[in-house]
Design a protein around this ligand. Structure first.
Ligand SMILES: Cc1cc2nc3c(=O)[nH]c(=O)nc-3n(C[C@H](O)[C@H](O)[C@H](O)COP(=O)(O)OP(=O)(O)OC[C@H]3O[C@@H](n4cnc5c(N)ncnc54)[C@H](O)[C@@H]3O)c2cc1C
Length: 376
C-alpha cells in the first residue's frame, strides 16, 4: 500500500493550492459575503478545476468523477476560503444527479456549463419542517397536462439566487422524485436566509405552482432518494477533506503565533501545555486526513458501498476540526479572539460543518446500524 498521493493527484493538489493563493487576498472579504463574490468566482472559473465535477463526455477532465481528487481540492480551498470551497463543491453536489440519471439532452444542456462554472448549480432538499428527516418534506410534484407542477418551499439552499438551476427533491404520490428546475421559470421566488455565524451564499426558494416539462424528472419516478444517496456517496467524504484543510490552516496560524510570542521567558510553543496542544492537534489532523483519503479511495471504486466510511470520515474530520480550531484559539490567547482575523474566521466556519451534509448524531446512527448489520 502506497500512502502517498499518486502523481496525478499531486498535480491537482498543486493547482488547487495555486488557486487558493490567488484567492487569499480576497478571502476575508469573500467569506463575509452572502452573495457570490465576483472575484472568487472568476478565479475559480479561470482555474478550470470545476471540470473535475463533470464527466469527460461533457467537458470534464476524467471519464468519471474522482472522489479523492475532489477531496484533495476541497482540502486546499477550505484552508483559504469557505466561500471558494463552497462554490467549488456545489458545482458537483448540485449537478451529480444529472450526471447519474439525466437524459442525454439534460446532460448536453447543463453539464458543460457546470464544468466551466459559467452555470452555478444547487441542490434543494431541506425545507422548514424537513432537515435530517428528509421524508417529512412537503414540496409536491403533480402531473399537469403534458408536464408537471411543482409547489412548495425549500430552505437554507446554497447558491439560491445565483444558481442557473435547482435539483429539487419533491413528493410525487407516495414516493420522492428529483426534478431539474431552471432558475428563470415563472413562479420561483428567492428570499434571504437569516445571516449565519459564518456567512454563506444561502436562500429560501419558493415554488409556486411552477410549470415543468414532461422531461424535467431526473431518472425514474419515485427514485429521488436514490439520487440523493448517490450524491452523498461521492461528495460526503469531500466535507472531510474540507474539514482537514480548515484544521490544518488553524494549526498553521497557532504554530506561527506560538513560535513568535514569548511569555515566562520562552516561546509559547515551548511551554508544556501549549506544546501538548500543538502535538495533539497535529496528530488529530493527520489521523483525519488518513481516514478521509482512505474513504475517498474506497468511494472511487464504489461510492454507494463506501458510504459508511465516508460518514466516518466526515464525522471524524468535522468533529476534529472543531476541537483543533478551539485549541488553536486557546493557544493564541486574546489574539485568537480578534474579529476578522483568520483564526476567528476559521473558528466560526468549523461550526456548521458538523450540521450540514449529515449532522454528527445522525451519522453516528447510520454508522452504528452498518456495524451491527455487518457482524455475523
Ligand atoms: C451552511 C449550510 C448550507 C446548507 N446548504 C444546503 C443546501 O444546499 N441544500 C439543502 O437542501 N440543505 C442545505 N442545508 C441544510 C442542511 O442540510 C440541514 O441543516 C441539515 O440537513 C440538518 O437539518 P436541520 O438543520 O433541520 O437540523 P434537524 O434535522 O432539526 O436536527 C437538529 C439536531 O438534532 C439532532 N438530530 C436530528 N435527527 C436526529 C436523529 N435521528 N438522531 C439523533 N439526533 C438527531 C442533531 O444533533 C441535529 O444537529 C445547509 C445548511 C447549512 C448550515
Amino acid at each position: 500500500m502506497d500512502w502517498e498521493l499518486e502523481a496525478g493527484l499531486k498535480a491537482i493538489q498543486a493547482e488547487a493550492r495555486q488557486l487558493a493563493a490567488t484567492v487569499e487576498p480576497m478571502a476575508a472579504e469573500a467569506d463575509e459575503c452572502s452573495q457570490v463574490h465576483a472575484g472568487v468566482l472568476e478565479a475559480l472559473r479561470a482555474s478550470g478545476l470545476c471540470r473535475l465535477m463533470v464527466p469527460a463526455a461533457y467537458g470534464g477532465r476524467d471519464e468519471d468523477l474522482d472522489p479523492l481528487a475532489i477531496c484533495v481540492v476541497r482540502e486546499a480551498l477550505m484552508a483559504c476560503s469557505a466561500h471558494l470551497d463552497s462554490l467549488f463543491a456545489l458545482q458537483g453536489i448540485g449537478s451529480y444527479a444529472i450526471t447519474v440519471a439525466g437524459s442525454e439532452a439534460q446532460k448536453q444542456a447543463w453539464l458543460p456549463g457546470v464544468g466551466d462554472a459559467s452555470l452555478l448549480a444547487a441542490l434543494a432538499l431541506t425545507e422548514p419542517e424537513a432537515g435530517s428527516d428528509l421524508k417529512r418534506l412537503s414540496t409536491r410534484l403533480e402531473a399537469d397536462g403534458d408536464g408537471f407542477r411543482l409547489s412548495g418551499g425549500k430552505s437554507f439552499i446554497s447558491n439560491a439566487g445565483a444558481a442557473a438551476f435547482y435539483l429539487v427533491l419533491a413528493r410525487e404520490g407516495d414516493d420522492f422524485s428529483m426534478v431539474l428546475v431552471p432558475a428563470g421559470l415563472p413562479g420561483i421566488r428567492i428570499s434571504p436566509t437569516p445571516e449565519l455565524i459564518a456567512p454563506h451564499v444561502l436562500g429560501e426558494v419558493e415554488f409556486d405552482g411552477v410549470r415543468l416539462p414532461a422531461d424535467a424528472r431526473l431518472g425514474e419516478p419515485g427514485k429521488g432518494l436514490k439520487l440523493v444517496l448517490a450524491t452523498l456517496g461521492v461528495f460526503r467524504v469531500s466535507v472531510a477533506g474540507a474539514a482537514v484543510g480548515l484544521a490544518q490552516a488553524a494549526l498553521d496560524e497557532a504554530v506561527r503565533h506560538t513560535r513568535r510570542r514569548e511569555q515566562f521567558g520562552r516561546p509559547l510553543a515551548k511551554l508544556g501545555p501549549v506544546a501538548q496542544m500543538l502535538a495533539d492537534c497535529w496528530t488529530e489532523v493527520e489521523m483525519a486526513r488518513l481516514l478521509a483519503y482512505r474513504a475517498a479511495s474506497l468511494a472511487r471504486k464504489d461510492p454507494r458501498a463506501s458510504l459508511p466510511h465516508s460518514s466516518m470520515a466526515k464525522l471524524a474530520a468535522t468533529e476534529m476540526a472543531s476541537r483543533v480550531v478551539d485549541r488553536c484559539v486557546q493557544m493564541m490567547g486574546r489574539f485568537g479572539l480578534i474579529r476578522h482575523s483568520k483564526i476567528e474566521r476559521l473558528y466560526r466556519q468549523a461550526r456548521p460543518m458538523r450540521i450540514y451534509e449529515g449532522a454528527s448524531e445522525v451519522l453516528r446512527l447510520g454508522i452504528a446500524a452498518e456495524l451491527t448489520r455487518q457482524l455475523p
